[in-house]
Design a protein around this ligand. Structure first.
Ligand SMILES: Cc1cc2nc3c(=O)[nH]c(=O)nc-3n(C[C@H](O)[C@H](O)[C@H](O)COP(=O)(O)OP(=O)(O)OC[C@H]3O[C@@H](n4cnc5c(N)ncnc54)[C@H](O)[C@@H]3O)c2cc1C
Length: 219
């Protein structure tokens, strides 16, 4: 295990499940669909789910120019978490039930991106994070660009935590009659279908169809 980048990212609970290397962290982020973004607001902590994109060691978040959470986070320390649930771990006692998972926690200062060209570049990154769509759609206008707020956060202070495998029960319970094991959890893409009001002439982009039956990790 590599060393944590800062004292506050060092896993204390379940430290053996931690990883701090970029390849593990980037892999979990790249396979994720949503991030939970946490900020401190005047009326208390707020955590909201959001889309995101990554380029190298920078993570990008976007929203409406008036977005409360992003506006509050600009210039401040925020926390971004991405989670995959891979299984329900059913132990011999509920006390030892758990989940198999991969998660990343990113901490750091969020900064608003000002330049329209740089904003556009990061909006493409966020758009194409799940499935490449930017080049297949109506170009984003200057007005759209102005209506959008983009924050960047460095991925230099991040940790990963991974749990895999069977329940960990107490020795006395292992000999007991209770069932123990894992119920796998998978997120899969379904077959795409056209919008009810679709009358356009462009065919469905191949990359949309190619997702069918795949997990986010395989896309
Ligand atoms: C799907 C899922 C379900 C979970 N359910 C529970 C639950 O019900 N109860 C429970 O106690 N815990 C649960 N956990 C684990 C939880 O996320 C924490 O790791 C754990 O609770 C330890 O918390 P702590 O404050 O003592 O962390 P500490 O070990 O003190 O955290 C120190 C630092 O380690 C890093 N870190 C901690 N947790 C994670 C993480 N999950 N991923 C990446 N980095 C991390 C962060 O940088 C954090 O600042 C769950 C995790 C996942 C992904």
């Amino acid at each position: 295990m590599t060393e944590p980048p800062s004292p506050r990212t060092r896993l204390r609970r379940g430290a053996e499940r931690g990883a701090y290397d970029q390849s593990t962290i980037f892999e979990i982020l790249d396979a994720g669909l949503i991030a939970h973004v946490g900020v401190q607001t005047d009326d208390g902590p707020l955590v909201l789910p959001m889309a995101y994109g990554r380029d190298g060691d920078t993570l990008y978040l976007h929203g409406a120019a008036a977005n409360h959470l992003l506006g509050t986070g600009n210039g401040h320390d925020i926390c971004v978490t991405v989670t995959h649930v891979d299984g329900l771990v059913m132990a011999r006692t509920p006390f030892h039930n758990s989940m198999n998972y991969r998660s990343v926690v990113v901490r750091g200062k969020a900064t608003k991106i000002e330049g329209p060209d740089q904003k556009l570049r990061t909006l493409k990154l966020i758009t194409d994070h799940v499935v490449a769509n930017w080049d297949e759609s109506r170009p984003v206008s200057d007005v759209d660009n102005k209506k959008t707020l983009v924050l960047e956060i460095p991925l230099t202070e991040a940790s990963a935590k991974i749990r895999a495998g069977d329940p960990v029960d107490e020795d006395d319970d292992v000999a007991g009659p209770w069932w123990a094991g894992v119920i796998p959890v998978e997120t899969r893409f379904g077959a795409p279908y056209a919008a009810a009001d679709f009358t356009g002439s462009n065919p469905m982009p191949d990359q949309y169809r190619a997702l069918t039956g795949k997990t986010p990790d395989e896309r």
